[in-house]
Design a binder for this molecule. Structure first.
Ligand code: AGP
Length: 374
């Protein structure tokens, strides 16, 4: 086991550090250079015969559990933007509890690292019985979900051993982004946007490598939070998913209560929790929602909130002119891919918190890597 971990103390730590390489593998052979006549594009072999059907769908459903659900959520807005098809989000167990309506004209996308999660698998059987086109996004060749779907994409993140998903999450976002690009590839009006995203995908492994340099800072931040009972994360837009996923990592690993909150909902309840003691991470990297996050920061500061602000490099003074208890600056990339960058410091924070609190990093109590029972 130690040999497989190499120089790392835990599999999770190794998997966090593998992300430049796992993303490179996910993207390999899938980004197609363009020229004067032809737009840059993506090649997803498993989907190419079904893209027309997906484009003509009445709606697209994203279905998954836990981290896989969050990865889908992170790409929802881009899929809607480029495909112009409405995307609805479904947690697999809830879809089944509701026996929600699914139609023949729907495309149902099943996202699962293991490809074996019982709830997602049952939701797949349910969607199939209603005649929807079923697409699988998995990390396991030959898994039940990849076998049971009509078509799909393998995320190629490599084997993930830590129960907490890290590199599979970032690769899932990369694949779902490519799915959006493929579905929207016929549109002339979005060509510049698509090409900018494709260029950014190519640069992603290098940027992820840079973000990993925040490791020491995140360890330092973890030492200030180690005794806390609770941690809130506020995100919105593309990074609402980052808030949910960061909170999931902290709760499942560090066994600390943590909640991801849609910042737009702050005034509708969570604001009552704010005081000088409760640590709150606000994700406020540059994108279309960033001025709204700036005002969230101001409102939290007005209530003397204990703020930890994540912002784009160089934005600290603008985003939190009255200071914050801690600032995490990250490189800025294309807005829709920013969740891949923003989650990495939070993965590192959860990792260090867990080590400092003395809990099992790779096998958190009560949890299994693949949940094969309902
Ligand atoms: C995340 O760290 C967890 N391991 C968990 O939420 C996981 O993502 C969920 O059980 C779904 O698993 P899957 O991706 O294999 O379907």
């Amino acid at each position: 086991e130690q040999i497989k971990k190499g120089n790392y103390d835990h599999f999770m730590q190794k998997e966090i550090y593998e992300q430049p390489e796992s993303l490179r593998t996910t993207l390999r052979g899938r980004l197609i250079p363009g020229d004067h006549f032809k737009a840059k594009g993506v090649l997803l072999g498993g989907l190419k015969d079904h893209l027309r059907t997906i484009r003509r769908s009445r709606r697209i459903l994203f279905i998954g559990c836990g981290t896989s659900y969050h990865a889908a959520l992170a790409t929802r807005a881009l899929v809607e933007e480029l495909s112009e098809v409405p995307v609805t989000m479904e947690i697999a167990s809830d879809l089944l509890d509701r026996r929600a309506p699914i139609y023949r004209e729907d495309t149902a996308v099943f996202v699962s690292q293991s490809g074996e999660t019982a709830d997602t698998l049952q939701a797949l059987e349910y969607a199939k019985s209603h005649g929807a086109l079923c697409v699988g996004i998995t990390n396991m060749v030959g898994s039940a979900i990849s076998r049971g779907t009509d078509c799909g994409v393998h995320i190629n993140a490599g084997c993930e051993i830590g129960v907490a998903s890290t590199k599979a999450y970032t690769s899932q976002i990369a694949v779902m982004t490519m799915l959006a690009l493929a579905v929207g590839e016929d549109s002339i009006s979005t060509r510049a946007r698509r090409e900018a995203i494709i260029d950014c995908l190519g640069e992603l492994p290098g940027v992820v490598k840079k973000v990993l340099q925040l490791d020491e800072k995140m360890k330092e931040l973890a030492t200030t939070l180690v005794e806390e009972q609770s941690l809130l994360l506020f995100g919105r837009g593309y990074n609402y998913a980052t808030a949910l996923e960061g909170a999931l990592k902290v709760k499942e690993l560090a066994l600390m209560h943590s909640e991801g909150i849609l910042a737009g909902e702050m005034k509708h309840g969570p604001l009552a929790l704010v005081d000088e003691t409760l640590p709150i991470i606000v994700i406020a990297t540059r994108d279309g929602t960033c001025s709204k996050q700036q005002s969230v920061i101001q409102q939290l500061q007005a209530r003397k909130g204990r703020l930890i602000v994540m912002c784009s490099n160089g934005d600290a003074a603008t985003m939190c002119p009255n200071g914050a208890s801690y600032v995490i600056e990250v490189p800025q990339i294309q807005d829709c891919l920013q969740p891949i960058i923003n989650i990495i410091p939070l993965q590192l924070l959860a990792y260090h918190l867990t080590v400092l609190r003395g809990f099992n990093v790779d096998q958190p109590r009560n949890l299994a890597k693949s949940v094969t029972t309902e």
